[in-house]
Structures are given as structure tokens and as C-alpha cells.
Design a protein around this ligand. Structure first.
Ligand SMILES: Nc1ncnc2c1ncn2[C@@H]1O[C@H](COP(=O)(O)OP(=O)(O)OP(=O)(O)O)[C@@H](O)[C@H]1O
Ligand SMILES: [Mg+2]
Length: 253
């Protein structure tokens, strides 16, 4: 029996457009489980990023609840929410959003220093371990502009986990990468997940979805499909691909 890490109930999100409300999420219910590599898929514009932002407190839902450790983040005061985003949650985006005038190593350590749950020396030590794990030790003194896209994303992953978050939110983390870098980034996420890291990842890439323990499909502002999968192994890729592709076709993907 898996523990629920995040639970959304009756989640609604609308945006005002030309004087009328555009309903993107409508009464959406979802439980996310601890330790899972959960993937969210759906057509472009279906509200995947909107859902990720509402669940992570990057943006507030219009109504409904998002329960995390017994508290509703929809109603959480901004200061507390900001502490949650900096400590309990980690974020990875398609565009890495690294600070351009800081080195790779500094980009990784800054959220650690800001969080204050570790001393500076402990943050530095963890950052050293993470650069090793992400295979970017040799470029740790370089600026992001001196790194490849794949190296920048590996730096962004190290930054996302510097504070040992309970849950990582990733929005199309491989969207800007070539095939080789995509595989490297997915391998790192899989390694983190095998070490116990919970991940919630939005993707439109079925190769990325192969890594999932569970795929949630959204359309018309709500969950229309929920597929549970056995644990990913490289050997199981072929059979998973067939299963996932046939399920995605049934979702009219
Ligand atoms: N800040 C905003 N203001 C107004 N409309 C928005 C805003 N953010 C998103 N939307 C609208 O909400 C809808 C869903 O957007 P969202 O970015 O969540 O889609 P998505 O499923 O992530 O798409 P993609 O696969 O292309 O990234 C779109 O129609 C978009 O225009
Ligand atoms: Mg999106």
C-alpha cells in the first residue's frame, strides 16, 4: 500500500481572457504516491503545466484543495508556501533557468544556502556529491553559457535536489534536448527515483513516459486515464513501449 504524498480534490483553475473565464482545470481529483515516478501526459494546451503549477504551489488554484502533509497549499500564506517550494519541493523545467553569471557549482549551491537547513559546509559537500552523481564535476566552474544543453539540465537537476526535496516537479525536462542528452537526463531521474525520490513529470515524449510507475492522462481539464506500470528496467523497455503506446492510442493521444 503506497502512501499519498500529495492529494488534489475538486481542483479548478481558470484564466480571465477577453472578459470571460477560461476553465483549464475542472474539478480535478488526483492522489500522487510517495516514491512513484508519476508522469502526466495530454494534448498540447490540455493544462498539464497548469496542473503542475497548481499542485506545486507555483501558482494558486482558483478553487479546490491540494493537501500536502495535512495542509492545503491552495490557502497557504505566501511566506510558508515559498518555504515549501524552496525546501520540500524541487523544480526542473524545459528551459533550465540557470543564473547566467553564476558557475555550475554556484547555481547548485545557492538554493542550499537560501534554505538554511544545512550549514554552508554541508551544502558544499552535498553539491560536490551531486556534481559527481550528475557527471558534471569537470565543468563545475564553468558558466551555464559554456555548457551544453544536456550539461545545463544535469546542473538543473542537481540544483533541484540540493535540499533533498520530498517531491520533484518536472515540466518537459527533456523537451529541449537531443536523443543522447534525453537518455542521460532520464537515466539520472530514474536513478534518483530508484533511490526513493518521488517525481511528478509532465512530458509529451513517450520515451520519457517509459520510465513511469504510473501515467496520468488529462483532457478537458480532468483526469481521463490512469495507467499503473511495473517498475522500469532497461530490459522491459520494448514490452512497456508496446503497452504504453497502445494505451496512449486509446486516449486518442
Ligand atoms: N497565465 C495564463 N494566462 C492565461 N491563459 C493561460 C495561462 N497559462 C496557461 N493558459 C492557458 O491554459 C491552457 C493550458 O495551458 P498549459 O500551459 O497548462 O498547457 P499544456 O498542457 O502544458 O500545453 P503544452 O503541452 O503545449 O506545454 C492554454 O490554453 C493556455 O493558453
Ligand atoms: Mg506545458
Amino acid at each position: 500500500m503506497k502512501n499519498t504524498i500529495l492529494s488534489a480534490k475538486g481542483l479548478c483553475k481558470s484564466f480571465a481572457h477577453n472578459g470571460k473565464q477560461n476553465h483549464i482545470l475542472s474539478n480535478l481529483d488526483i492522489d500522487i504516491y510517495e516514491g512513484d515516478f508519476t508522469v502526466v501526459m495530454g494534448a498540447s494546451g490540455s493544462g498539464k503545466s497548469t496542473l503542475l503549477y497548481a499542485l506545486s504551489g507555483m501558482d494558486r488554484a482558483t478553487s479546490g484543495q491540494v493537501l500536502y502533509k495535512g495542509e492545503d497549499i491552495v490557502k497557504m500564506p505566501e511566506k510558508k508556501l515559498s518555504a515549501l517550494r524552496c525546501g520540500d519541493f524541487g523544480f526542473i523545467f524545459q528551459q533550465m533557468h540557470l543564473v547566467s553569471n553564476l558557475s555550475v557549482f554556484e547555481n547548485i549551491t545557492v538554493p542550499g544556502y537560501l534554505n538554511k537547513s544545512r550549514t554552508s559546509a554541508e551544502v558544499d559537500k552535498r553539491a560536490e556529491e551531486l556534481t559527481e552523481k550528475m557527471g558534471i564535476t569537470h565543468i563545475k566552474k564553468q558558466l551555464p553559457s559554456q555548457c551544453s544543453g544536456g550539461e545545463q539540465q544535469r546542473c538543473a537537476i542537481a540544483r533541484a535536489v540540493i535540499n533533498s526535496p520530498e517531491l520533484i516537479f518536472a515540466d518537459e525536462p527533456t523537451g529541449a534536448l537531443n536523443r543522447k542528452n534525453t537518455t542521460e537526463v532520464l537515466d539520472l531521474l530514474t536513478t534518483l527515483n530508484n533511490d526513493g525520490q518521488s517525481i511528478l513529470m509532465v512530458t509529451h515524449d513517450s520515451r520519457a513516459a517509459l520510465r513511469a510507475d504510473r501515467i496520468i492522462y488529462i483532457a478537458d481539464g480532468t483526469v481521463i486515464g490512469d495507467l499503473e506500470l511495473p517498475r522500469y528496467t532497461a530490459e522491459s523497455e520494448k514490452s512497456r513501449e508496446t503497452q504504453i503506446n497502445s494505451w496512449l492510442s486509446s486516449m486518442e493521444w
